[in-house]
Design a protein around this ligand. Structure first.
Ligand code: ZN
Length: 125
């Protein structure tokens, strides 16, 4: 139970992809990528709300790595990628849901709402 409240510390930075990373992201059609070495890569073509949404998604992956440990998370992520594919990967589903929840919550609070209804964010375990 105490483990739920243990803070997870991970250094993180944002950078534009270069070299092999740019080639890989273009090959896969990714506009963002959270690396296990702590860098979130964002394509320079992303602007405004789209950039914010992709950043939220990649931060969710950083949170997954911080919570489970980078090696364990990447191993489980890769296993699920092979097993069910990218879209159905539980880590991707959780990150998309987090991205949506933050977007919804920010919009609602900025619009003056004081009550938020959060969906049950089922994390991969
Ligand atoms: Zn993702």
């Amino acid at each position: 139970m105490l483990a739920l409240f243990r803070p997870h510390i991970m250094t993180c930075r944002v950078a534009a992809p270069r070299g092999v990373m740019r080639w890989f992201m273009e090959l896969r059609g990714f506009t963002g990528f959270a690396s296990c070495w702590g860098t979130i890569y964002l394509m320079e073509s992303l602007t405004g709300e789209e950039r914010t949404m992709v950043l939220r998604h990649e931060i969710a992956h950083m949170e997954q790595m911080a919570r489970e440990g980078r090696l364990i998370m990447m191993t489980r992520y890769s296993y699920q990628l092979v097993r069910v594919g990218y879209r159905q990967n539980p880590y991707e589903k959780a990150a998309r849901l987090r991205e949506f929840v933050w977007h919804y919550a920010e919009r609602a609070l900025l619009a003056g709402r004081t009550t938020l209804i959060f969906p049950n964010v089922e994390e991969y375990s």
